[in-house]
Design a protein around this ligand. Structure first.
Ligand code: MSP
Length: 494
């Protein structure tokens, strides 16, 4: 067993741990390439990057996976509309995701595309295991299908006008021969492991939601579709294409080199799948049941975050309010976008995004808070100590709770805790008035500056997973031979 709970918070290096892990594997959903990356998909990916950076800094072997979901009717149609072959279309769109993540300072260890051969091969192997498990059978699906969700719907899922409430489209009526998976056989084991906490679903209210859904009784699900061409063929029935969700879920193991790759042996099971609340049933019900049938260990945890609106409205192409993260990065910088998203919306809850709120926090928290602290301190050192740092002292303030808050996915609390320290430091400068003591009492001056340097160094360390560029700028400045009056960390924006 690789997890040893420790109530007093064990330490690794300078970090404090709630639970000791011998490795950390975090994933995001793989995103559909029918659309460009937007601020919603960026949100999930940034959160996963923060966790990955936190565990990497702590010295724990870490693997962070993201990627793109490229098969199925939705993508096939989007390619057609764009007048491109699905191969060309998916390649171009996947590149947009890599580009956007890179410009947001997101550094995954791997980026999986479901059209890659390594993925397709692993899916075929997995399906053969499923077939051998005796849990698949041929049947007929007669009912509704929403291409937007790539999901089989029931009448009760529709709105009053008979449309999919999310996509505002009439679902397709299907009557087709498929292969089915006996999901109904897994009700007990799913319920049992979620109740016992062996399989963790967070936040708690999502866990209850999943349990309630399971207790209503689970129906078998189709795992293949005869009418879809763009996808992976069933190895024993070439007329059928693997249902895109089964194909997609398997990315979490195919990317590790399932079944005998080194990364698979080292990193599976996932320590956490981060997902939006929209896809929790796929991750908390179908995925573990499929793994169980194939005798593959389950992920340890699924954490579902909330959805956000933009200026109070649903993000939608037709409303024209889709925000391109690249544009925000070009204007505010990647760290400001990362900071805002995780500071503004408590992870797990729904929230609202607006550019006006981002601009306001940029000014108050970043420019006037952290940026001001940094430039005041650097200026004091440049002007009064000839740019030389005083001898190193211990930070006058400790805030290791931040480490625990990150492990609990309480990113907004972690950031607000760090900002308490920034506020404390700015106040400390106001109260000790070092510009006066510089001449009158050099010993006191040096003491105050040494405290501030140590504290700012600590702040940069805690901030590094959230704002890697800013943290590096601060640490570089504070470890330079000679401190010069610096460029502002967060320049004024017009
Ligand atoms: N391809 C599937 C996932 C397969 S995983 C095996 C899929 N893709 S998606 O492109 O539609 O991405 C859905 C995810 O995007 C959500 O789960 C969430 O992580 C993120 N978000 C999309 N819109 C969002 C908001 N408005 N707010 C927050 N997150 C959002 O589903």
């Amino acid at each position: 067993m690789s997890t040893t709970p420790s109530s007093d918070g064990a330490r690794i290096g300078s970090f404090r741990f709630v639970i000791m892990l011998d490795k950390f594997y975090v994933t995001t959903p793989i995103y559909y390439v029918n659309d460009k990356p937007h601020i919603g998909t960026a949100y999930t990916t940034i959160a996963a990057d923060i966790l990955a950076r936190f565990y990497r800094f702590s010295g724990i072997p870490t693997f962070f996976l993201t990627g793109t979901d490229e098969h199925g009717s939705k993508i096939e149609r989007a390619a057609k509309e764009a007048g491109k072959s699905p191969e060309d279309f998916t390649r171009e769109m996947a590149a947009k995701f890599s580009f956007a993540w890179d410009s947001l300072g997101i550094a995954p260890d791997d980026f999986i595309r479901t059209t890659e051969e390594r993925h397709e091969k692993a899916v075929v192997k997995f399906l053969e295991l499923l077939k051998a498990s005796g849990k698949l059978y041929e049947g007929v699906y007669e009912g509704l299908y929403c291409v937007g969700h790539e999901a089989f719907l029931k009448d009760s899922d529709l709105d009053a006008t008979g449309k999919c409430p999310d996509h505002k489209t009439k679902p397709e009526k299907l009557k087709e021969k498929n292969w089915f998976f006996k999901l109904s056989d897994y009700q007990k084991v799913l319920e049992g492991r979620i109740e016992s906490g062996e399989f963790v679903v967070e936040p708690d209210f999502r866990r209850n939601e999943v349990l309630a859904f399971i207790r209503q009784g689970l129906e078998d699900v189709a795992i293949s579709r005869p009418s879809v061409k763009w996808g992976i063929k069933l190895p024993w029935d070439e007329r059928q294409t693997v249902y895109v969700w089964v194909d997609a879920l398997f990315n979490y193991v195919s990317a590790l080199g399932y079944p005998d790759g080194e990364n698979y042996k080292k990193f599976w099971p996932a320590d956490v799948h981060i997902v939006g609340k929209d896809i929790i049933r796929f991750h908390c019900i179908i995925w573990p049941a499929l793994l169980e049938a194939a005798s593959i260990p389950w992920p340890r945890k699924v954490f579902a975050h909330g959805f956000f609106t933009i200026d109070g409205q649903k993000i939608s192409k037709s409303l024209g309010n889709v925000i391109d993260p690249n544009e925000l990065v070009a204007k505010y910088g990647s760290d400001a976008v990362r900071y805002f998203l995780l500071r503004e919306i408590p992870f797990g809850q729904d929230g609202d995004f607006s550019v006006a709120k981002l601009a306001a926090r940029y000014q108050s928290d970043l420019a006037n808070g952290l940026g001001n602290l940094f430039s005041r301190l650097a200026t004091l050192i440049a002007q009064n100590l000839d740019g030389q740092l005083p001898d190193v002292v211990e930070s006058p303030r400790k805030f290791d709770e931040v480490d625990e808050l990150i492990q609990e996915f309480r990113f907004h609390d972690a950031l607000s805790r760090i900002w308490e320290e920034i506020a404390w430091a700015n106040k400390y400068i106001d109260e000790t008035k070092p510009w006066e003591s510089a001449k009158k009492n050099p010993k006191l001056f040096t003491e105050v500056i040494a405290n501030l340097v140590a504290l700012l160094y600590e702040i940069a360390k805690k901030l590094a997973p959230f704002m890697p560029e800013t943290a590096e700028k601060i640490r570089d400045a504070l470890s330079a031979e000679k401190i010069a009056k610096p460029e502002p960390l967060f320049p004024r924006i017009n």
